[in-house]
Design a protein around this ligand. Structure first.
Ligand code: FES
Length: 495
């Protein structure tokens, strides 16, 4: 019997199946859920068709329309595999933040693509350079997720000999995003800019990441990387070469460079801070004269890692918590029984439990129990609280050390911008309550995907803007500060 291949993104799995195999038969073991039993009403079995064809019946089409799904989605419960296909599995989806922010620009001719290449997620936008209008957006999970969620696992995978494959799959996935963008608007490209953290830039560019694997965790290979589309395996031509923007430091990449450009902190008289709470946590503080930046290990706890009932923002996750007349009320994604807690609600939980005096200043559970019930079966253990303290202290200590490097008081920072998908869902009052940012909530603002905003701004500029920012920016290693330990231990306490 004729066989076909199903490729599953982002886990990189390949399945060989017989012709006309129902997807429902083969996808359940990869985390696809079928809550409505295949009636086409819940939409939970949706997959995104990245490549190949899946025929759609009239009923299937109607169900997709009722669920408000666009033409690249399919319901697994209505689909048969009749040729080779590549699918993105929805259950692995993260919050991916695109952007429609307006910015100042000088019109140019042609069309450009801006890409934010994140450790976990990728976003590409196609722009008309004469108007800065976003014509189309594509988002995708980083296919390197199969090599581990964080940067350390990616670096290790490179050291284990997977670097060529990791470069190949990331180039090929971005190539797919470009193809999908150009399918929506068949235009001739003139410019393309990518931004991402240093490790992503080096892997994409086929460069050695091993200097980042051992002391002093430093690489000098931070500069702009340029490519012909053909050498990246992309089958389209472009007026200018593809540019992967320069990194600021060994663990502070061009996504933060783009963030600086997007906030305009390099042009302001007042001190401004930018905190990007992604898989990594990067912090920048500065003004038009001097900028300092650093990376922290704060990200994983906010993505649910190391938290006993931590999970990503998918069905069943508590997304936020409120204290109402002494009772904790939970919002759960999908309105189901809560099965875990995601990063934004973890901050709420800690802030609320502190207000209820159930957690002490050192993070201890005041009752002496080993856990506190939060909502339904979801609990926070003593260890979870301590993990949160480590993460929040990393941010608070990072801000304090950067301010110290600028010889300013923290209170002199006029505005703090919180970037990233996670940042856009957090409750700022609760952030302040936990002591993660020791400034009034009125100074803290959510700003969205600054990496993407900056990448789009770079489509309209030459390298001059970035050279100026880089010349004024110093990368600080927080751990190298002689007072780091004292400051960090102090910030572990709750206010
Ligand atoms: S199982 Fe509910 S839509 Fe497919």
């Amino acid at each position: 019997m004729e066989q076909h291949t199903i490729r599953l993104h982002p886990i990189g799995k390949e399945l060989k199946v017989n012709d006309a195999t129902p997807l429902i038969d083969v996808l359940h073991e990869f985390g696809i859920e079928f809550p409505c039993g295949g009636k086409g009403t819940c939409g939970k079995c949706k997959v995104r068709l990245l490549d190949g064809e899946i025929e759609i019946t009239e009923t299937h089409q109607r169900k997709l329309e009722q669920l408000g799904l666009s033409s690249d989605w399919r319901l697994s419960c209505f689909s048969l595999c009749t040729n080779d296909i590549t699918l993105e599995i929805e259950q692995y989806n993260h919050l991916i933040l695109a952007d429609e922010t307006e910015f100042d620009f000088s019109p140019r001719e042609g069309f450009g693509i801006a890409v934010d290449l994140g450790t976990t997620t990728m976003v590409a936008q196609l722009l008309d350079l004469s108007s800065a209008k976003v014509l189309a957006v594509e988002t995708m999970l980083n296919p390197q997720l199969k090599f581990g969620a964080d940067l350390i696992s990616r670096i290790q995978a490179c050291l284990d000999g997977h670097a060529p494959e990791m470069a190949h799959i990331i180039r090929s996935s971005i190539g797919t995003m470009i193809r999908l963008l150009l399918k929506k608007h068949n235009v001739a490209l003139s410019k393309m800019v990518l931004v991402g953290n240093t490790v992503m830039q080096l892997i994409f560019s086929g460069c050695d990441v091993s200097p980042l694997s051992c002391y002093p965790f430093h690489t000098d290979n931070l500069g702009l990387k340029i490519f012909n589309p053909k050498e990246l395996g992309w089958d389209f031509s472009m007026k200018e070469k593809v540019q992967f923007y320069p990194s600021v430091g060994s663990f502070v990449g061009s996504d933060i460079l783009a963030g600086i450009a997007a906030t305009g902190l390099h042009q302001k008289q007042d001190y401004t801070a930018l905190i990007d709470l992604g898989t990594n946590g990067e912090i920048v503080v500065g003004n038009k004269n001097r900028i300092v930046c650093a990376s922290t290990a704060a990200g994983p706890a906010f993505e649910g890692a190391n938290i006993s009932m931590g999970m990503r923002a998918v069905t069943g996750a508590i997304s936020s918590l409120m204290l109402n007349h002494g009772k904790i009320e939970a919002s759960v994604i999908g309105n189901t029984e809560p099965t875990g807690i995601c990063g934004s609600a973890l901050i709420d939980a800690i802030a609320i439990l502190r207000k209820m005096d159930l957690i002490g200043i050192f993070g201890e559970i005041n009752s002496g129990d080993q856990y506190i019930p939060v909502a339904g079966k979801v609990i926070l253990t003593q260890r979870d609280i301590n993990e949160f303290q480590l993460a929040k202290a990393a941010i608070a200590a990072g801000l304090a050390i950067l301010a110290k490097n600028l010889t300013i008081d923290l209170a002199e920072i006029k505005d703090i911008y919180i970037a990233g998908a996670f940042g856009s869902y957090i409750n700022i009052e609760n952030v302040v309550e936990t002591g993660m940012i020791e400034l009034p909530a009125s100074k803290i603002h959510k700003i969205g995907n600054t990496a993407l905003i900056g990448a789009k701004m770079f489509l309209f500029s030459d390298m001059g803007i970035t050279e100026k920012i880089l010349a004024n920016t110093r990368h600080i290693s927080l751990e190298a500060d002689p007072n780091f330990q004292d400051i960090y231990v102090d910030k572990l306490l709750f206010p």
